[in-house]
Write a protein that binds this ligand. Structure first.
Ligand SMILES: Cc1ncc(COP(=O)(O)O)c(C=O)c1O
Length: 388
């Protein structure tokens, strides 16, 4: 098949993807095509992306360290802000050690391929993020997926594969496209019972859930040094990059084995400095978290009470099931005409037949904008769902 033919087929299936360009700083409202719209599909959950403290920290670091790191961490790219951030993240998460990666994608690929290979087995939730899936595929380990959240199925797999090499259980903490939280207590019990290693990617829980914003594990009162956790700076922290936290020896192994850590230029020090500033705010201003969760609950519960399918969401990520990808795009376009930006999320990001509008609420959305959005979404969705 030619490339043009492949593109034509993507278009025909309603799966073609295009950019929407934001013309000013990220925030609850942004400008697109010269027009201000309410932004309801950003991961800037706490409104930190344009926070003056992050901008100032980055500026100051640029004045002190220049811009690029210009080598990988293990050559000459390790600069003071990298080291400070690793120490700060380990402290924030209450863990022995931390290692930075340039993105969550790279963290997941590097982590999984470092811990599993031929002769090992990886058991993963079917709804895990693509970066976890890619890490599992790349590792060369036997890779089995269990139906979303199905602990009986997982236990069956654990029984069958017990005692054959290293066993990894891999899950999102907050599922990125569904907004539900993994059954982490059950997962901890199963990994103990079957001697497995548990990896939790809490990209969307970090900064948001738990009293101190430490994420899904904190929210559920789980403290277990053996769990390996991934978090990102590009979402609630409003910055960029990612990290893995866990026992010291895990971090040491990743420093020596993770190809996506070793063979890439280190993050610009100014980015690390901005992330440091973000952690300070997350710790100092819990009211951002409570405001976000209250507003998310309002949007989620109102839509649910009106009979719309929010797919089991319990967090600030609120999917609205549409089903057909073309209908989903149509909804997204019509919403934009009404001044609301929500992307249509379609396969392969989500399973076939489950195209959805993924609404993400942020702490700095006004109630007036959220009221307007809920009313507009409700009336458009009703029309779309009941359309012949
Ligand atoms: C669960 C999850 N893990 C990892 C990532 C990747 O993180 P990053 O955007 O930093 O590459 C994302 C989102 O992009 C995500 O939703």
């Amino acid at each position: 098949m030619s490339i043009l033919e492949e593109i034509r087929r993507i278009k025909e299936a309603g799966l073609y993807r295009e950019f929407r360009t934001i013309e000013d700083p990220q925030g609850p409202r942004v400008r697109i095509g010269g027009r201000e719209v309410i932004l309801l599909c950003s991961n800037n959950y706490l409104g930190l992306a344009s926070h003056p403290a992050l901008v100032e920290a980055a500026k100051k670091a640029m004045e002190t360290y220049g811009f690029g790191a210009c080598a990988s961490r293990l050559v000459s790219g390790t600069m003071k802000p990298h080291v400070e951030l690793e120490e700060r993240v380990a402290d924030f998460k209450g863990r022995e050690g931390a290692i930075l990666f340039n993105s969550g994608y790279q963290a997941n690929v590097g982590l999984i391929t470092s811990l599993a290979g031929r002769g090992d087995i990886i058991l993963a939730d079917k709804f895990n993020h693509a970066s976890l899936v890619d890490g599992c595929l790349l590792s060369g380990a036997l890779f089995k997926r269990y139906p979303h959240g199905d602990m009986d199925f997982l236990e069956g797999l654990l029984k069958r594969h017990h005692g054959r090499g290293r066993v990894l259980i891999v899950t999102d903490g907050v599922f990125s496209m569904d907004g539900d939280v993994a059954p982490l207590k059950d997962l901890v019990w199963l990994k103990e019972r079957y001697g497995a290693t548990l990896i939790v990617d809490d990209a969307h829980g970090t900064g948001v859930l738990g009293r101190g914003g430490r994420g899904s594990l904190e929210a559920l009162g789980i403290k277990d040094e053996s769990i390996i956790e991934v978090g990102t700076f590009g979402k609630a922290f409003g910055s960029f990059g990612a990290f893995v936290v866990g026992r010291k020896e895990v971090i040491e192994l990743l420093r020596n084995r993770a190809r996506s850590f070793i063979y890439t230029t280190a993050l610009p020090p100014a980015v690390a400095a901005a992330s440091l500033a973000a952690i300070e705010i997350v710790e100092r201003e819990p009211e951002r978290r409570s405001s976000l969760l209250e507003k998310a609950s309002f949007v989620r519960e109102t839509l649910r009470q009106r009979g719309f399918d929010t797919l089991g969401s319990r967090t600030h990520i609120i999917p609205l099931l549409v089903g057909d990808p073309r209908a989903c795009i149509r909804m997204s376009e019509r919403l934009l005409e009404e001044g609301i930006f929500i992307q249509a999320i379609r396969p392969p990001t989500v399973p076939l037949g489950t195209s959805r509008l993924r609404i993400t609420v942020c702490a700095d959305h006004s109630m007036k904008d959220l009221d307007y959005a809920v009313e507009t979404i409700s009336s458009l969705l009703k029309e779309e769902v009941h359309a012949p």
